[in-house]
Write a protein that binds this ligand. Structure first.
Ligand code: HGY
Ligand code: MN
Ligand code: MN
Length: 419
């Protein structure tokens, strides 16, 4: 039986979503005036959370935090079953207005509509800490803490702030949280009967196919790692070419090999070197040290694992040929994550009932839903973003699509509740 889609005033929801998005693009919510830049334990991130706290308390939600600062708010007492909605409101350092924030704002709109329409669905909204890794270089950090996919050693020692090198632990304590209780974070998922995250697509498939919504079937797995090359810093003018231990040419070969291996792996496997550091990084000094980041992903495990394995061995060859030394250190990895079939079907049915064009699709980008999926049936809804631009200040998305997403999510939750 088709679920009676709660008919919402989409124009009004789009207006509210746009108001929230534009407000959160204001100067008090970003550390940069060239991009949206907000991350854990900064005043701009705190101001963003406070915005959501005000909006949620205004509709009677009880707000709390997990031990390190992931925001949780619910319309039922602890212990009662609820359905989870949300995303993240931190941003990439070169972020746009919509990545993550559009998902939390739309989840807020679902909560508002639920109250206004008197549906009385039991809901919990979550805004995960540090999804982008802009504070400590660790993507999905908040939701990986919830899923216990980190170690205490990493939190105490290894995960260090990009800005000042101090540990995650120190920053969390200084912000008034209790990182020593990090293992309890998983309990924010205890009462969840399911979880749906709305996110911008961050590619251009929906736009190019004329679809307004995507229902995600699987999220690409990924490996993040660093390659270190050691040679010798020398005078760039006085040192003959045959006497150099210059790391830059070897680094260049690693970048080209990442591209080659990703293309060779096929099946949509991707590989990116997004960070290259040369030390000392001075025009007239032959660089003696290099660090390159590796981001490789895919919906076929063997594909991106082959890229990582290939690079781990290639760096030894590229360094050895030139008398350099090399090391490869994995930062983190998450497997390909398949969405829950029952939730996907409920979203499909609700989307079809709107008569608007939608499609099933994989996600190449990583999302907090990957961490939640270990514990709770999960699904995702995508909305288009203009020309697929994301992790860039000119990211654009349409609040009207998010309003449609809110209607579909609300209907899906209502139908899932009926069983
Ligand atoms: O990089 C990602 O997949 C996510 O946008 N942080
Ligand atoms: Mn995101
Ligand atoms: Mn992102």
């Amino acid at each position: 039986m088709a679920t009676p889609t709660p008919t919402i005033d989409r124009a009004r929801s789009a207006e509210r979503i746009e108001r929230d998005i534009e407000t959160l693009a204001g100067p008090e919510y970003t550390r940069s005036d060239e991009a949206i830049r907000r991350y854990a334990y900064t005043p701009e991130y705190r101001a963003t959370l406070d915005y959501f706290v005000r909006e949620l308390e205004a509709i009677g939600f009880e707000v709390s935090y997990d031990p390190v600062g992931t925001l949780v708010a619910r319309n039922r007492p602890p212990g009662e079953q609820v359905f989870g909605v949300g995303s993240h409101c931190d941003s990439n350092r070169n972020g746009g207005k919509y990545d993550g924030t559009m998902g939390v704002v739309t989840a807020l709109e679902v909560c508002r509509l639920n109250a206004e329409l008197g549906l009385d669905l039991p809901l919990q909204i979550i805004s995960f800490l540090e999804e982008e890794g802009s504070g400590f270089g660790q993507m999905l950090l908040g939701s990986r803490i919830v899923a216990r996919r980190v170690t205490e050693e990493e939190l105490r020692e290894e995960f260090r702030a990009i800005d000042d090198g101090r540990s995650f632990w120190e920053h969390a304590e200084e912000a008034g949280y209790q990182p020593a209780r990090w293992r309890e974070a998983v309990h924010i998922l205890d009462d969840l009967t399911g979880w749906i995250e709305l996110h911008i697509e961050q590619a251009r498939v929906l736009q190019d196919t004329g679809n307004r919504l995507g229902v995600v079937t699987a999220i690409a797995g990924y490996i993040h790692a660093d390659v270190f090359l050691e040679g010798r810093a020398d005078h760039a003018g006085a040192t003959p070419m045959d006497f150099r231990l210059d790391v830059a040419p070897a680094a260049a070969r690693v970048v080209l090999e990442v591209e080659r291996l990703a293309r060779e792996a096929g099946d949509g496997t991707v590989g990116t070197v997004g960070e290259i550091e040369l030390r000392p990084g001075i025009i007239n000094v032959v660089p003696g040290r290099a660090r390159l980041s590796l981001d490789t992903r895919g919906v076929v495990e063997d594909g991106f694992h082959a890229v990582a394995r290939g690079i781990e061995s290639f760096v030894q060859e590229a360094a050895g040929e030139r008398g350099l030394t090399a090391s490869y250190q994995q930062r983190q990895t998450l497997p390909v994550t398949h969405m829950d079939e029952r939730l996907v079907a409920a979203l499909e049915e609700a989307a079809a009932a709107t008569g608007e064009p939608f499609m099933l699709m994989p996600s190449g980008a990583a999302h907090d839903t990957m961490s939640v999926a270990q514990h709770v049936p999960t699904a995702m809804v995508f909305v288009p973003c203009r020309d697929g631009i994301s992790h860039a200040p000119d990211e654009e998305a349409d609040p009207a699509d998010a309003a449609l997403g809110a209607e579909v999510i609300l209907a899906a939750i209502a139908s899932l509740r009926e069983g």
